[in-house]
Design a protein around this ligand. Structure first.
Ligand code: PDD
Length: 281
């Protein structure tokens, strides 16, 4: 049961149902914090260094010092992980509890640090493909930081679910950015394309692994912007994330993508990705 799971909160390990924070925590009041999601395959944290570096970058954006070093984070997280399971760590750091609600940063504060581990449930549709819808990206200009301000993302995701699809693919001024909780790839004339890193997208760790694997295996892969029209004309569309890995999109806005089933490049890349994961065990 999830309730009995041991979690980490502010220096202590305790059962999830005993982990409480104050209503004066700035994460609760303002969404003033950042988070990370790190897969753990049979007890091995997947690309921990990259996740740590992104965590540092997110903290820098919100001007909060990292409460722990790389080694301290590792030591803190490892007791949460089960070496016999595939799980993901969710960790969150907020600007801490304040004496009163005030938008300005407090003069002093102790960050709230929370971490827990949950099972990775293999995403239904990872192998068969999903439907997606496009929508105008309503988010702000700090999408490169993994902040806990996810209201726009959850509204996009819910709108996608309400439309009978699994993901929203977001478009800003005619240019595709990313999914509500994923990065986006297309295959056009056999070439794999994903938007370059910018403040319009989260620099996904799964995205980076795919780009690196493509280069390593000499598959044509470019990081460049593409338009809604290019997305609609793509031979293949994928959305990627730590918890869902590489998911083929087989229908976009009610229209079949390619032949309406996972494409040949996805089959190839998914096999490469799975083999790479295995090689790290
Ligand atoms: N989200 N873009 C957004 C907006 C995301 O929320 C995510 C992942 C990604 C993919 O990043 P990564 O490959 O590092 O998981 C891209 C996580 C899984 C979440 O919020 O639960």
């Amino acid at each position: 049961m999830l309730e009995n799971k041991t979690v980490f909160l502010n220096g202590q390990y305790l059962p999830l149902n005993e982990a409480n924070i104050s209503v004066l925590d700035r994460g609760f009041l303002f969404g003033d914090g950042i988070y990370e999601v790190i897969p753990s395959y049979l007890g091995q944290l997947f690309h921990f260094k990259a996740h740590f570096e992104r965590l540092e970058a997110s903290l820098q954006v919100i001007r909060l010092a990292n409460p722990y070093s790389y080694d301290e984070w590792l030591a803190l997280l490892m007791p949460l992980v089960d070496a016999t399971k595939n799980e993901y760590i969710y960790l969150q750091i907020t600007r801490g509890v304040v004496p009163k609600r005030d938008h300005a940063f407090p003069e002093t504060s102790v960050p709230t640090v929370f971490a827990m581990c949950s099972p990775i449930v293999v995403f239904q549709g990872r192998e068969t493909g999903i439907k997606a819808v496009t929508m105008d990206d309503s988010r702000w200009q700090l999408c490169h930081a993994k902040t806990i301000n996810l209201l726009a993302n959850i509204l996009h995701r819910q709108a996608a679910l309400d439309a009978g699809t699994a993901e929203a693919i977001l478009v800003k001024d005619g240019i595709v950015t990313e999914g509500a909780a994923s990065n986006v790839f297309i295959v056009t004339e056999g070439v794999l394309i994903t938007p370059p890193k910018s403040n319009a997208i989260l620099p996904g760790i799964t995205r980076d692994v795919i780009v690196n694997l493509a280069h390593e295996k000499q598959l044509a892969c470019r990081e460049e912007f593409f338009t809604l029209a290019q997305l609609q004309a793509a031979e293949e569309i994928w959305v990627t994330s730590s918890t869902r890995e590489i998911v083929p999109v087989i229908e976009l806005d009610g229209v079949c993508v390619g032949k309406g089933c996972p494409g040949a490049v996805w089959v190839q890349m998914d096999a490469i990705f799975q083999a790479y994961k295995q090689s790290l065990q």
